[in-house]
Every structure is written in structure tokens, then in C-alpha cells.
Design a protein around this ligand. Structure first.
Ligand code: FES
Length: 567
């Protein structure tokens, strides 16, 4: 409570201001449920937030609570410059502090677009006020000349056709009006869908909430039930985020990430979330989980369906049921029940072709593998379920781009010395290098090769990649080039060997040569604007990808005692 040195006066004053909004004494005695409102004209994926806020309020009031919504920062992928990832920690700080500072008994966190749910999860873990998640839900699919389309896997595929000269200007412009026909989040298994599924698997969301389309009336009913559940949490005395987000529930979330063929970005976000609680996500133990967790969900970009199909098939509860022998079923959820009890109550399965069984998965291993080698001593990852199988073991000549500017200046040059079996390398695109670790890892195929029909090449960077993208793409190389990681000294013409089955990524130079190049390495020039404001704070405190790119002063130092990847 705001303090004026006199508690009774403080309470009196707060109540007077509350009454100025028309609330009665009876209403002010109810549990207060905050609703983090991320509606924004800048975030197309959150277009339905006003409706969802009203629906949550209905649920809160009917259960005997008082709902009060408040604004927070809202992050939309397409419109933030230079990248939304630069602002994830800012949103996490804003949300955490507003949840902690306001007089809330519980909070409903409404998010959807890629960075919003991770930021809110991190905030919930740190504030540790009872919290429940409500995502805006996926868009419906579009249609163009009889072909079903979804954002943004089909955006990238069709843009590749345009770059290759197989689609003209008029047609690509027409297509842009059919890729995203409704409000909601990208409807493939991109980062937004992945983080929604991961939140449900963690137990922070009501069952089934991840997949309900944004414009389906079930989404409104789910929002009402979310409001009701928030009040029940208070009447029941919890659980709080720290009761729900534990090493065991994080391991469940990682299993689900692998089984749904989810976004590589979720590895970063889960590492940041775990870091908020002093829990380590060990890359190599995560890789071990990947070897024993098959991909069960047949959604783009790894498979062929869309989120509305997953919803019709039974949603995440069906995935959890199929995976149950690999999950910790005693983990607590926002309902007050264990995950095992939630799974037992889930509807019976019916005939469908979106969620496969453990015995007949669509891919024998989890969708993401962790690589190591002299280019990435602290690890790198690859979404091998969305890669070209023939490139998973590949040796090629490095074609190096120094930065994002260098990439855009030269990638389409007819003079670029590049062949289809070369390996494209992009550096200085990591958490400090870019800055903000943009989704630049999906390096475009050089135009002259695209025109010859080349659709995939091995690509390596310290950047991230959109969860909706596909290809043989190595990401999150750690440590990044901008702080002197080995990626900084790879040279044009070096031979690089990628061996995903053996989890190896190496440049074929001697240790002595590597040491001498490192000795000669010079730090890149500082970014413009790096001496003040948010960018200065980011550059001073952001950690590497294997620590989730969270700020060092926001995560709890690891003591090695908690790991979500040990059974
Ligand atoms: Fe918001 Fe894809 S742009 S979820």
C-alpha cells in the first residue's frame, strides 16, 4: 500500500480513490483480480484483447471477485525495430513491477505474440503473485486460389518463390492479403503457438487453452473460465507460480517443446524463465531429452497442419495424454489439480491425423538438437525436424557475412562467390552483436542460387530464427561473435563440418590457428545510441543465449542444485 506514514490514513485514501471509480464497499471487499491488458494498435496478434478482458471480467465477477485491468507494454513481432527481442526483458520488468506494485490478489496475464508470453512468464515467476495465463489464440488459416495458407511458414515459402522469379509482383501483393485473414497469433507451430503450448504444459493455463482459435466462441468461454479460476485460486489459497514452475514442470515443458516440433526460440525463453528461479537448463541434458522424445504433432513448419487442426484434434490435452509416460504427472497446475489429474479428465480421443502416438511418431527424435564443437564451445541449436535430411551431415566452404548490413548488401550480388553446397555464416547478430539477437538466422538463399532452384543450404549464425521458418539452420551459436566467440574468426573459404547425428559443428582449422586468430580479433565498433537508455542497460547486462538472454541482475545465480533436465 502507498505509505503516508499512517497506515489507516493510507487505507482510507486508497479506498476513497477506488470509490471515485464507482466501486462499493462490498465490491472492494472482494478478491481483486488484476488483468494485464496488452491490447495495442501496434500488435495485430492482440486484436481481440478488449473482448477477452471483458470475458475475464465476467468470469471474475460471477465467482465473487473484483476485476481491474491495467495496461502493460505490448510487443508485436512485425513492427518493432530493430527486433522485439530487444524489448522482451523490458516487458518482463514492466509486468513484474506492475503486478507487484498494485494491490492484486491474483493476476490474469493476457498475451499472445511471440515475446509477450515469455515476458509475462518471467514476470510471474519473479513477482510470484498467483497468476493464470490467457493467450489470444491462433489465427484461422487463409486461402489463395484454392491453396490453404498460414503465417508465416507459407509467407516464407512464397517469398522464396518470388525471389526465385516463379511468382511476379502482382501475385505476391495479392497473396499478402490472404496469409493472415483474422486476428490472432501465427497459426503454425511458431514461437507464439509454442509458448502457448509450453505455458499449458507448465500448468500455468487452463487445459485446452493453447490451441483455441482467436475468433472461436470457445476462446471467449475459456476467458470467462480463466477469470473464474483466478478467483478460485485466491479462495483456495494458491497455487503461486513458484508452486507450479519447478524443475519437474520445466522438464515437462521441454518435453512438450520437443514433441510438438516447437520453436527454437522457446529454448531461450525457457532458459530465461528457469533462470528467474535459479534453475539451470543444461543444453546437453536437453539434447538427451530430445533423443528420447519423439515429435508427435504434425504441424507446419515441421509437418503439414495448422493450429486450428490441432484444436479440432483435441488440443494440447491430447498431446499430454500421448506423452504421459514421459511426464512428471505430480506437477501442480492453476486448477489446483496435478497434471496427471488434468490429463485423466481430458476428453476421450477420436480418430484424427494431427497428433500421432508414441509408437508411431512423425519424427523419431525431438525437433531440436544441441550441437557443440570449436565454433560453438557453449553450444548451438538446430531444428532438425524442419531441416533438409540430406544436409544434416554436410561439409562445405564458409561464405561469411560480418553483420546484418553486410548480409543485406551482398547476399543478392551477382559477384558473390557462392555455390549451393557452401555454408553461409552470419556473425555479430547475437544478443549484444545485433543488438537484441534478431530473427536473422534464416539467411536468405542468394538470389542467383534461388533462381537455379536451390531451396535450402546449411546456414550458421549467432542469431535466432522465427519459429515459423524452416531449413538446415544452426542458431544461437554461443558465445556470440561480438564478445569474441569463435564464430568471430571463421574466414571465407574455411571448411566447416556439420554432423547433426553426432551433434558436432566444427571449422577445420588447428587449435594453434584458432588461438592465433582469436589473439588478432578486435571488438566491433560500439552501436550508435549504446551510451544511454535502454540500449545501454541491455548491452551492459544481457546474458548469452544459453542463459536465455535475460539480464544478469534479473536471474538468480545458479547453484547447481536444480536442473529440469535430470529425472
Ligand atoms: Fe504475432 Fe506471429 S507475429 S504471433
Amino acid at each position: 500500500m502507498t505509505s503516508y506514514g499512517d497506515d489507516e490514513f493510507s487505507y482510507f485514501l486508497r479506498k476513497s480513490f477506488a470509490k471515485s471509480m464507482g466501486y462499493s464497499d462490498e465490491e472492494l471487499d472482494r478478491p481483486i483480480i488484476g488483468i494485464a491488458n496488452t491490447g495495442s494498435g501496434m500488435v495485430s496478434c492482440h486484436g481481440t484483447v478488449p473482448q477477452l478482458v471483458e470475458a475475464v471480467k465476467r468470469g471474475v465477477v460471477s465467482a465473487g471477485g473484483l476485476p481491474l485491468d491495467f495496461p502493460t507494454i505490448s510487443l508485436g513481432e512485425p513492427f518493432l525495430n530493430p527486433t522485439s527481442m530487444l524489448y522482451r526483458n523490458l516487458m518482463a520488468i514492466d509486468t513484474e513491477e506492475m503486478v507487484r506494485a498494485h494491490p492484486l490478489d491474483a493476476v490474469v496475464l493476457i498475451g499472445g505474440c511471440d515475446k509477450t508470453v515469455p515476458a509475462q512468464l518471467m514476470a510471474a515467476a519473479s513477482a510470484n503473485v498467483p497468476a493464470i495465463f490467457l493467450v489470444t489464440g491462433p489465427m484461422m488459416t487463409g486461402n489463395y486460389r484454392g491453396e490453404r495458407l498460414g503465417a508465416c511458414t507459407d509467407c516464407r515459402r512464397l517469398w522464396g518463390e518470388f525471389r526465385g522469379g516463379r511468382i511476379d509482383n502482382a501475385e505476391i501483393n495479392e497473396i499478402s492479403g490472404h496469409l493472415m485473414p483474422t486476428s490472432g497469433t501465427c497459426m503454425v507451430m511458431g514461437t507464439a503457438s509454442t509458448m502457448a503450448c509450453v505455458s499449458e504444459a507448465l500448468g500455468m493455463m487452463l487445459p485446452g487453452g493453447a490451441s483455441i482459435p482467436a475468433v472461436n466462441s470457445d476462446r471467449i468461454r475459456h476467458a470467462v473460465e480463466t477469470g473464474t479460476c483466478a478467483v478460485r485460486m485466491i479462495k483456495r489459497g494458491g497455487p503461486s507460480p513458484s508452486d507450479i514452475i519447478t524443475p519437474r514442470s520445466l522438464q515437462n515443458a521441454l518435453r512438450v517443446l520437443l514433441a510438438i516440433g516447437g520453436s527454437t526460440n522457446a529454448v531461450i525463453h525457457l532458459a530465461a524463465l528457469a533462470g528467474r528461479l535459479g534453475i539451470d537448463i543444461d543444453y546437453y541434458a536437453f539434447d538427451k531429452l530430445g533423443r528420447e522424445t519423439p515429435v508427435l504433432v504434425d504441424l507446419k513448419p515441421s509437418g503439414s497442419h495448422y493450429m486450428e487442426d490441432l484444436n479440432k484434434a483435441g488440443g494440447l490435452p491430447l498431446v499430454l495424454k500421448e506423452l504421459s509416460s514421459l511426464l512428471h504427472l505430480d506437477c501442480l497446475t492453476v486448477t489446483g489439480e496435478t497434471l496427471g489429474e488434468v490429463i485423466e479428465k481430458s476428453p476421450i480421443s477420436w480418430s484424427q491425423n494431427v497428433v500421432k502416438s508414441l509408437d508411431e511418431p512423425i519424427y523419431g527424435e525431438g525437433g531440436i538438437a544441441v550441437l557443440k564443437g570449436n565454433i560453438a564451445p557453449d553450444g548451438a541449436i538446430i531444428k532438425h525436424s524442419a531441416a533438409t535430411p540430406g544436409l544434416l551431415k554436410h561439409r562445405g566452404r564458409a561464405v561469411v557475412f560480418e553483420s546484418l548490413d553486410d548480409l543485406s548488401d551482398r547476399i543478392d550480388s551477382l559477384d558473390l562467390d557462392v555455390a549451393a553446397d557452401d555454408i553461409l555464416v552470419l556473425r555479430n547478430a547475437g544478443p549484444k552483436g545485433a543488438p537484441g539477437m534478431p530473427e536473422a538466422g534464416y539467411i536468405p538463399i542468394p538470389k542467383k542460387l534461388a533462381k537455379q532452384g536451390v531451396k535450402d543450404m546449411v546456414r550458421i549464425s549467432d542469431a535466432r530464427m522465427s519459429g515459423t521458418a524452416f531449413g538446415t539452420i544452426v542458431l544461437h551459436v554461443c558465445p556470440e561473435a561480438a564478445i569474441g566467440g569463435a564464430l568471430a574468426v571463421v574466414q571465407n573459404g574455411d571448411e566447416i563440418v556439420l554432423d547433426v547425428p553426432k551433434r558436432q559443428l566444427n571449422v577445420l582449422i588447428s587449435n594453434e590457428e584458432m588461438a592465433s586468430r582469436m589473439e588478432a580479433w578486435k571488438e566491433p565498433q560500439p552501436h550508435s545510441g549504446a551510451d544511454r537508455g535502454w540500449l545501454a542497460l541491455h548491452l551492459s547486462h544481457v546474458q548469452q543465449a544459453n542463459r536465455g538472454c535475460d539480464f544478469d541482475f534479473l536471474s538468480i545465480p545458479l547453484n547447481g542444485s536444480k536442473t529440469p533436465t535430470g529425472r
